[in-house]
Design a protein around this ligand. Structure first.
Ligand code: HEC
Ligand code: HEC
Length: 340
């Protein structure tokens, strides 16, 4: 995950490019293509994308799903993506900050749900990645998550015959390169789409909301929650700071500390303590909340959130009634159809 400073993030990305470049050289035609591409000033990634596009969408998704649930992809063969992104918890793990990686060490950050990420421009709470397939590289290799390396992974996948036909039908080639592994997991994640909640049915004009939900929807808008949690996705592809947090820039924090949020990537002091707006879908399954899992209940979130309110708004403390109907509304965003 992006628990690195931006420098080591860059190094990881470079490592990824080196691996993929080496993969590319395994295939003679690619060398020719790489040469041709560099002549016409194409980037190497374009060569990879051009050479190994997904040939069969359904096969790639099935392959991605098999990989997502396969603990053999981790160094100790015990941790899969689904160890932390558990379908029954809407792809979270119920922990404040996760400790489910190969070392059992806390990663210092809450495991987010993986819904509707095809609409996300950034990945990780600090937006350290902007491409889903390269995002997948991080957990596979992070020492406290799955701690594997690409050559061992490719070795395992080539030696396991149950994967051969799957890669072949997904990519229509008998060559196996790193980018295929990343692409197919990303493709599977993109299928985790939530659009079947009661609120969606209401938006489609199929049902009426219950009275409490309807009141909650009213207050959700009145309290400007929808400024950042924009329906129907309930995120805005932006970064915001919670007003309840105060930061001392000097001394207390060092680059890479999770609490610094977006600052770790942008190194713009305006970004200290800002985090990517999470979706509000399936909150019933995803407690505890926030990047550090600091609130075990929605009622606690509402006591301390929203963020960056102006002074006038802060005076208008949320009443218990408002809180209870907003929570009813939030639960109308429950969609169990994505949990299978
Ligand atoms: C040890 C637990 C753990 C494992 C194993 C794990 N993840 Fe994660 N995942 C997390 C945490 C924690 C974050 C949030 C990290 C951050 O924001 O810095 C995360 C974030 C992500 C994100 C970004 C989500 C967003 O909204 O920005 C994606 C995508 C993701 N993981 C996919 C995967 C895939 C694919 C695998 C398997 C290859 C995997 N994860 C394995 C804990 C885990
Ligand atoms: C200025 C933008 C903004 C506004 C306005 C806002 N939020 Fe948020 N919300 C965020 C951000 C950013 C986070 C994540 C913060 C973190 O992880 O520390 C968040 C987190 C949450 C969470 C926790 C989600 C999770 O999975 O951890 C809930 C619930 C929530 N907001 C509900 C609301 C409600 C209800 C309102 C209106 C009363 C509201 N928000 C107003 C930006 C906003």
């Amino acid at each position: 995950m992006n628990y690195q400073t931006s420098l080591s993030q860059k190094l990881m990305q470079e490592r990824w490019q080196i691996t993929t470049a080496m993969d590319l050289f395994k295939w003679n035609r690619s060398i020719v293509l790489l040469f041709l591409c560099s002549c016409c000033s194409y980037k190497e990634e374009h060569a990879i994308n051009r050479e190994y596009p997904i040939a069969n969408e359904q096969a790639a998704i099935e392959l991605g799903k098999k990989l997502f649930f396969d603990p053999m992809l981790s160094a100790n063969q015990e941790v899969s993506c689904a160890t932390c992104h558990q379908p029954s918890k809407s792809f979270t793990d119920g922990l404040k900050t996760t400790t489910l990686g190969v070392t059992g060490k806390s990663l210092g950050i809450n495991t987010p749900t993986l819904l509707n990420l095809d609409q996300s421009q950034f990945f990780f709470f600090d937006g350290g990645s902007s491409d889903l397939a390269s995002t997948v590289f991080n957990p596979l290799t992070h020492p406290d998550e799955m701690a594997n390396d690409m050559s061992s992974l490719l070795e395992y996948l080539t030696s396991d015959s149950s994967y051969h036909s799957k890669f072949e039908s997904a990519f229509n080639t008998d060559t196996l390169v790193t980018s295929m592994l990343l692409k197919s997991i990303a493709r599977y994640i993109e299928t985790l789409q939530s659009s079947n909640s009661r609120f969606d049915a209401y938006l489609n004009g199929d049902i009426a909301l219950l009275q409490g939900e309807q009141m909650g929807w009213f207050y959700f808008q009145k309290r400007s929650c929808n400024r950042c949690h924009i329906p129907p996705l309930f995120f805005d592809n932006k970064f915001h700071r919670e007003s309840s947090l105060t930061f001392s820039i000097k001394g207390e924090f060092k680059l890479g500390d999770k609490a610094l949020g977006r600052f770790n990537i942008s190194q713009d002091t305006m970004d200290i303590g800002k985090f990517k707006t999470p979706t509000l879908r399936n909150l019933i399954f995803t407690s505890p909340y926030m990047h550090d899992g600091r609130y075990p209940s929605l009622s606690m979130v509402l006591d301390n959130h929203p963020v960056q309110l102006n002074e006038a708004e802060k005076q208008k403390k949320m009443t218990d009634f408002e809180k209870s109907v907003i929570i009813k509304f939030l639960y109308s965003l429950t969609d169990s159809t994505v949990l299978e």
